[in-house]
Ligand binder design. Structure first.
Ligand SMILES: C[S@@+](CC[C@H](N)C(=O)[O-])C[C@H]1O[C@@H](n2cnc3c(N)ncnc32)[C@H](O)[C@@H]1O
Length: 212
């Protein structure tokens, strides 16, 4: 659904320690392509959690890929997830966490609770290379194309601080993904917006942390 989810996932998991048999939550998995990849590549169990995509449709894709014994499609809203605290060894999220996770309480009150101590949390979100707080911060050509949802795009420094200040996790790494712009341009996403981005504002942010 998002731009090149598998490429983003590989970039993320290269920096994480995923081992056979782990229990992983794929938060905002969309069409569960990333969940299927994780099960096949790492032989882990994956809870493929999404809101907009029907889990029955995802189950079909999961079965066609032969991983229905390891990938479990679930429909649940990010603030009412049906999992026990400490259930997961890791949580990953590709191009979804910005829809709910910029809110101050989300990490502390919801996400981090689901991972066991020493477990990993890794996200990739679309972001920006400098903070945009209002229209005055916008580069010229983007002013007319900017929409309110794009204010959820933040810098990697913003995301790092967003989790770090909660004291629930140690930040392992926070950075932008190399060649983000190329990746984006090679997908079906909004090319008009990207073409207007003459200052290379748009990027992908990768954040990895370990639960204390
Ligand atoms: C752009 S899609 C990305 C899907 C997939 N991870 C990918 O990279 O192709 C964002 C996903 O976030 C999920 N999402 C957005 N808001 C959500 C919420 N409040 N609770 C759970 N999932 C949510 C949507 O269901 C959607 O599938």
């Amino acid at each position: 659904m998002g731009p090149n989810p598998l490429w983003l996932l590989e970039d993320l998991t290269n920096d994480m320690n995923l081992e056979k048999g782990m229990k992983i939550l794929d938060m905002g998995c969309g069409k569960a392509i990333t969940s299927i990849f994780l099960a096949k590549e790492y032989d882990v169990q994956v809870w493929a959690n999404d809101l907009w995509i029907d889990p029955t449709e995802n189950l079909e894709r999961i079965k066609q890929s032969g991983v229905e014994d390891r990938v479990f499609p679930i429909k649940a809203e990010a603030h009412s997830l049906p999992y026990a605290n400490g259930f997961f060894d890791a949580i990953i999220s590709i191009d979804a966490y910005h829809y709910f996770g910029t809110e101050e309480l989300y990490f502390s009150w919801y996400l981090q609770k689901l991972v066991n101590s020493g477990g990993q949390l890794g996200i990739v979100v679309p972001g920006v290379t400098k903070e945009i707080n209002n229209e005055a911060d916008l580069p010229g050509k983007l002013k007319n194309l900017w929409t309110d949802d794009l204010y959820t795009f933040r810098t990697y420094q913003w995301w790092k601080n967003h989790w770090d200040k909660t004291k629930h996790a140690t930040i392992d790494s926070a950075n932008t993904i190399e060649n983000s712009k190329e990746l984006w341009l090679n997908s079906n996403c909004d090319h008009e917006l990207l073409a207007a981005d003459e200052e290379d504002l748009f990027t992908f942010v990768k954040l990895i942390a370990t639960k204390k």
